[in-house]
Ligand binder design. Structure first.
Ligand code: NDP
Length: 490
């Protein structure tokens, strides 16, 4: 170590960096008092409603419909009528035109959507602005490009649409998950009934405005809001030909049971407990950034989050030291502040789940570290957390926490890293940090994960298929593969 490096190593942690508030203006978003269901291109007055809030302040934002079975049936009928009355038959280049329009409008209105996404979901504005919105628009652009090239994507297989797709999405990336679902479904010529998550319906409801602006024919996309009961109604509806679900493994299994033998196509994108694996030859500072991005991005509400850190034993201490130092610089707080790194936990229910699992970690014998940070009094908050001294059998090493909580384990050899990484019922993603290309390939061949990132983490691109193994689900979203679940190939 050089003298300079030694000095840097000992440099005091900047514990009291103060930042002036940098709030994003909220007035770009105009909220209505009440939202109905978007059915057949019109707003349907809801029979029942509930209040959606901002998780950062618990402030009520709007009244939103809790769709009844009749309202779900009306949405499915509207989707069927739109499918039969032209959407499945129009020239594919026309379908592409609508998708391009939607993509462009999302770009034009991206600030408005980003603010709304942070307001209703609690995620930092810099993430909704720089990740959720650009990627959502990119998905529509990408699938717009495929709409009139399906014959080339699936040569000699006569690709045809399935009919009505029922789509149920979670609360961690509300608009992005909507884009992942709607863009390929429409590109393939299907119509859609989509339900956003109970806690984050507002960006999907604002998206209905985009559909109108794009002059999408009525009924091609229908949005109904509500809790799990609404999702269950969509799943069992006879008028739905395909179900696409992203959410918890438990609900995914229930949906699979419900659909068994029905002939409906199904894709499930479920949970994960990914290993982020750091070898001793990795660029450590870069890897530490990757660890931070892997688990604290979006408060750890990420199905592919790098929630298990596997560190090679010889570099355990420097990695943990660097990580703890970096944690002290994370700014937790107002999601609408442009300096915020970690926002609010999405709901009270999710906060309780995180608290419970963290308590189990401490009880089972792991050592907890949280950087000093003052959490706001109102709203749902959890400090970034690291557990060391974790055994593989602990709940925090086995179960999906879906919060800003990292469990650190060690390994000695690449074989042991693979074994530990694969020791999970899930198989969605993994990360490998090493300077050796051959080792990356060796690891990627053996990791039972749908996505393996090398010297990076949580990178997404619409052209790249995403999906899981084992209890992380089946089917792929993104890329040419993402079209397949929405097509009948003969
Ligand atoms: P859910 O699986 O309950 O929610 C996902 C979506 O499914 C929501 O729209 C939900 O509605 C809906 N839903 C709930 N029950 C049913 C049902 N019986 N039939 C059809 N749809 C249904 O996840 P939770 O929000 O309860 O989160 C629980 C845990 O799941 C998290 O802690 C996390 O571990 C995991 N999770 C994983 C996600 C992923 O991306 N893989 C995303 C979200 C959660 P509603 O919003 O009303 O519940």
């Amino acid at each position: 170590m050089t003298e300079l490096e030694r000095k840097q190593e000992r440099a005091p942690v900047p514990s009291a960096w103060t930042y002036a508030p940098a709030p994003e203006a909220r007035d770009i978003v105009t909220l209505r008092e009440q939202y109905g269901h978007f059915v057949g291109g019109e707003w349907l007055e809801p029979k029942e409603t509930y209040t959606t809030i901002s998780p950062a302040t618990e402030e009520p934002l709007a009244e939103v419909g809790q769709a009844t079975p009749e309202e779900v049936a009306a949405a499915v009928d509207a989707a069927r009528a739109a499918y039969d009355n032209g959407w499945s038959e129009i020239a594919p280049s026309e379908r592409a035109k609508y998708l391009f329009r939607i993509a462009r409008i999302l770009q034009e209105r991206s600030r408005e959507f980003a603010v709304l996404e942070s307001l209703n979901g609690g995620k930092p504005i810099k993430e909704s602005r720089d990740v959720d919105l650009p990627l959502s628009a990119a998905h529509f652009f990408y699938y717009a490009g495929w709409a009139d090239k399906l014959e080339y994507a699936f040569p000699n297989q006569r690709p045809r649409p399935l009919g009505v797709a029922g789509q149920i999405i979670p609360w961690n990336f509300p608009l992005l998950m909507l884009a992942w679902k709607i863009a390929p479904a429409l590109a393939a010529g299907n119509t859609v009934v989509l339900k956003p998550a109970e806690t984050t319906p507002l960006s999907a409801l604002l998206f209905c405005d985009v559909l109108r602006q794009a002059e999408l024919p009525p009924g091609v996309v229908n949005i109904v809001t509500g809790d799990g009961r609404t999702g269950a109604e969509i799943v069992k509806s006879d008028g739905v030909d395909k179900v696409a679900f992203t959410g918890s493994t438990d609900v995914g299994k229930a949906i699979q049971r419900e659909l068994a033998g029905s002939g409906k196509k199904l894709t499930l994108e479920l949970g994960g407990k990914a290993a982020n694996i750091i070898f001793d030859d990795a660029a450590l500072d870069q890897a530490v950034e990757g660890i931070i991005n892997g688990i604290y991005f979006n408060q750890g509400h990420v199905c592919c989050a790098g929630s298990r850190l596997l560190v090679q034993e010889s570099i355990y201490e420097p990695v943990v030291d660097k990580l703890k130092r970096r944690l002290t610089t994370l700014r937790v707080g107002d999601p609408l502040d442009k300096n915020t790194d970690v926002g609010a936990i999405n709901s009270k229910q999710q906060l309780e789940k995180i608290q419970q699992l963290v308590a189990s970690g401490a009880e089972e014998g792991a050592e907890i570290y949280q950087p000093p940070c003052r959490l706001p009094e109102k709203g749902y908050w959890f400090a970034p957390t690291v557990f060391t001294n974790v055994a593989q059998s602990y709940r925090i090493a086995q179960e999906e926490i879906f919060g800003p909580v990292l469990s650190i384990l060690t390994f000695r050899t690449p074989e042991e890293a693979v074994e530990k990484a694969n020791n999970t019922p899930y198989g969605l993603s993994a990360g490998v940090w090493t300077e050796k290309g051959s080792r990356i390939l060796w690891m990627a061949e053996r990791l039972r994960a749908g996505v393996v990132w090398a010297n990076t983490y949580n990178r997404f691109d619409p052209s790249s298929p995403f999906g899981g193994y084992k209890e992380s689900g089946f089917g792929r979203e993104g890329g040419r593969h993402g079209l397949e679940p929405y097509l009948r190939l003969t």
